[in-house]
Design a protein around this ligand. Sequence first.
Ligand SMILES: Cc1ncc(C[n+]2csc(CCOP(=O)(O)OP(=O)(O)O)c2C)c(N)n1
Length: 532
Amino acid sequence: MASVREVAFDVFREHGMTTIFGNPGSTELPMLAEFPDDFTYVLGLQEAAVVGMADGYAQASGTVTHVNLHTAPGVGNAMGAIFNAQANKSPLLVTAGQQVRAHMTMQANLTNRDAIRIPHPLVKWSYEVPRAEDTVAALARAIHLASLPPRGPAFVSVPMDDWNVEADPDGAPAAIAREVHGGAGADPERIRSVAARLAKARSPVMIAGPDIDAAGAWDAAVAIAERQKLPVFATPAPGGGRIGFPEGHPLFQGVLPPAIGPVTETLRGRDLVLVVGSSVFPYYPYIPGPLLPDGAELIEITSDPEEAARAPVGEAIVADVRLALDALLEAVPEADRAEPDPLPDPTAGEESDPLTPTMVHHTLGEVFPDDGIVVLESPSSTLALRNQLRLSAPGSYYFGAGGGLGFGLSAAVGVQLAQPDRPVVCVLGEGSAQYAISALWTAAAYSVPLTVLVLRNEEYAILKWFADVEEVQGAPGLDLPALETAEIAAAYGVASRKVSGREELREALRTALVSKEPELVEVPVSPGMALF
Ligand SMILES: Cc1ncc(C[n+]2csc(CCOP(=O)(O)OP(=O)(O)O)c2C)c(N)n1
C-alpha cells in the first residue's frame, strides 16, 4: 500500500508542482525522504528568501507552488514574506514540519505549539490534520483553495510521523484525481449595463490593476480601451504588483498617485472611472480628500470579494477579470471620443556624477530586451523606473504589493526559474537587497542567470521623503554608509562589479543580460526621490 508521502507527491505531480522551495530541518526530513527524480528542491538559506522565491515562481508560472518550512521558527521567519504573498495573490501551498504526534502533548523540543495560529491571519486556510491518513486530503484542499480567486497562500502543518503512515485507500486516489476550477463569469446584465454607461459617458477612464495580468486579460483590456478610446492609468504603484496595461501604449496616461486627495485631483473632470483588477485603491500615505471628483461614478471589476466589499466608494462586480473583460469587449461599441494626448517620451537629463536614478533607469531602458522582465524593489525610484522603461508586455513586471522588503531579490530568483527563456533584471535599492540577501546564494548555486542592478545611494531615501511628508524631524536610522553589496554578492558566489557613469553601466548590463550565471551590478546614485 502507498504511504501518505508517496500519494502526496502524486498529488503535487498532478498539479504540476514539481519544484519545491524549502529550508529543511529535522522535522521536514521525512517528507523529503527518497525525493523523486522528477522533482526539484530549491534550497533557500533563510525562510524570507524561501517564501519570496516561491512567490515569484508561483506568479510567473501561474501554478500553485509548494514551499516547505521548518516548524515554528521557520514559519516565524517566513511571516513577512507570507504577508507579501497574500498581498500579491500568489498561490502557495505552505507546509511546515511538526513534532511526532506522540511528542506534541508533552511539547517536546520543536513542537509547533500553535501551528495553526501562527500564519492564520495571512493565509486562506490554516490546518493541522486530526488523523495522519487525512494528510493527503488536507494538502489537496489547500492546493485547491490557494488556486481559487483570490489566489493566495494556504497552510498545512504535518507531524513528521504522518508521512510514512499508509494512505487512505479510498480517499487517496480520489484526492489525486480531483480538479477544482474557479473563474466565475459576471452577471451578463451587469456587463451590459457597464457597456451602456461607458458608451454614454462623456469622459470615462480606465484604471488598470495587477489582476489583469494575473488573469490573462491583457488583450481584452487593451481592446476595450482602444474601442472606447479610454485614457488608462495604472493603479497606484504600492499595490501594483504587476502592470495591467502596456505602458508604452498611446492611451497610457501614467501611474495614479497613491493618496486619496491626489487620486481625486488626477481624475478631476472624469465622469466614469472603470477600475479593473485592483483594489480601490492601494493608498499610502494618508492625504485626505474626497474619494472621487464631483460628478464621477466608479465601477470596479475584481475577482476578490474582499476587495469589492472594502472599497470605500463606487460599485463593484465580483468576477474573473478575463471572463468579465471578454464579455465587456463583446458589449462595448466603438466610441467616437477624441483620444488623449500620449505621454511625452521619457527624458533623463544630462549625465551627472553620480548618476541620478532616472539616468540609471534610462540606461537600463536602452539595453533592456523586448522579452525582459523587471522585478523591482528600489523604493525611491519606483516611478522613475516605470516611466523610463514603459514596460509593455504581459508578465514583464513584478513588485511586492505587500510592501515588505525582501520580496524583490528573492522573487526575482523564482521568476527567473519559472521563466528560464526570458531575461530577468532585478532592480534593488541597496537597503532592500539586505532583507533576503541570501537569495543570492540560491541564484549562484542553481545557476539562475539573473541580472541584479543595485542602486547605491547610501540612505533609506524613501524614508527621508516620508519624514518630510509626515513632518518628522530628527529621525535616526535613515543612513546606510559603507554597505558593500558587490562584495557581499561575491561572497555568495555571484559575479559582481561596481560601475559608475552611463557607459560603464550600459556595458555591465549588456554583459550581465547575456550571461548564463547570475551577475550583480552596483552603481552609485544621487540621493533623494526620483519621480520621473
Ligand atoms: C520588511 C520591511 N522592513 C522595513 C521596511 C520599511 N522600509 C520601506 S522602504 C525602506 C528603505 C529602503 O531602502 P533602499 O532599498 O536603499 O531604497 P531607497 O529608499 O534608498 O530607494 C525601508 C527600511 C519595509 N518596507 N519592509
